[in-house]
Ligand binder design. Structure first.
Ligand code: CTP
Ligand code: MG
Length: 244
């Protein structure tokens, strides 16, 4: 019996409206390399064996192919789920598919490992999640608090999200509306989604504040790398590096 094959789809076709810069978010600079390059390097830090499909705006396919030559590059759509479907369309040969936002470029290898291991152990859909630290309140349109939500059972969900490919494909085939994550589509067709522990470093760069934090983290990582006699790949907080 052959080992299950894994494909990582990286949706990177968004415009980055909330970041507010003059180029699509995945192509924004993060310490000398694009967010997209960091993201692909992060996947490679976890595994050099998996095939990566990067989904970018149609006019940036060639540019992306230059930036991340180890990945297959395809054009995305107007909504995230359309971009994921473009990646899925050429992933029919994989047993397991991980979908990972380009906008989470500092995700540590351990998160990828936990997600895929959970899929390999039999879960058809797996997401990394973290407990919610803030108090949560439900509010009406006038800003009046309706109630305070019990946060104990809540998780803030990140990517990579891992799936048995047939489960993800079935969920996307059934996609009537627009979901903000893939597990949401899988839930809708009645498949159980399993949560593993996420990581604060898997945060999504959404706003200028997030980009500032990411740039500080990358600068610190480079400082640490430059002061070490030899590079380390201990899986620690700043172990991943962008390959040029
Ligand atoms: N994405 C995509 N195709 C789209 C929209 C989003 O591939 N049509 C990707 C983004 O590139 C990103 C991920 O989905 O890596 C998560 O989306 P988000 O953080 O919302 O990114 P943007 O849509 O680019 O940002 P914004 O919503 O602020 O415009
Ligand atoms: Mg978006």
């Amino acid at each position: 019996m052959t080992a299950p094959t894994t494909r990582v789809i990286i949706p990177a076709a968004g415009s980055g409206t909330r970041l507010g810069l003059d180029q699509p978010k995945a192509f924004v600079d993060l310490g000398g390399s694009t967010i997209l390059e960091h993201c692909v390097a992060g996947v490679r830090d976890w595994s050099v064996d998996v095939e990566i499909v990067v989904v970018v705006p149609a006019d940036l396919v060639e540019r992306a192919a230059e930036l991340v030559p180890s990945a297959i590059v395809v054009a995305g759509g107007a909504h995230r789920s359309e971009s994921v479907r473009a990646g899925l369309a050429i992933s029919g040969d994989a047993d397991i598919v991980l979908v990972h936002d380009a906008a989470r470029p500092l995700t540590p290898p351990a998160v990828f490992r936990r997600v895929r291991d959970a899929v390999l152990s039999g879960h058809r859909a797996v997401v990394p999640g973290l407990p919610v630290a803030d108090t949560l309140k439900r509010v009406d349109n006038d800003g009046r608090v309706l109630d305070t939500v019990d946060r104990e059972p809540l998780r803030a969900v990140q990517t990579p999200q891992g799936f048995a490919r047939e489960a993800l494909a079935a969920a996307h085939a059934d996609d009537a509306g627009l979901a903000t994550d893939d597990a949401g589509l899988v839930e809708r067709i009645g498949i159980d989604v399993h949560v593993v522990v996420g990581d604060p470093l898997a945060f999504k760069i959404t706003t200028p504040w997030d980009l500032r934090v990411a740039r500080d983290l990358v600068a610190e990582r480079l400082r640490v790398a430059n002061t070490r006699p030899e590079s380390s790949s201990d899986g620690g907080v700043f172990s991943q590096g962008v390959r040029s």
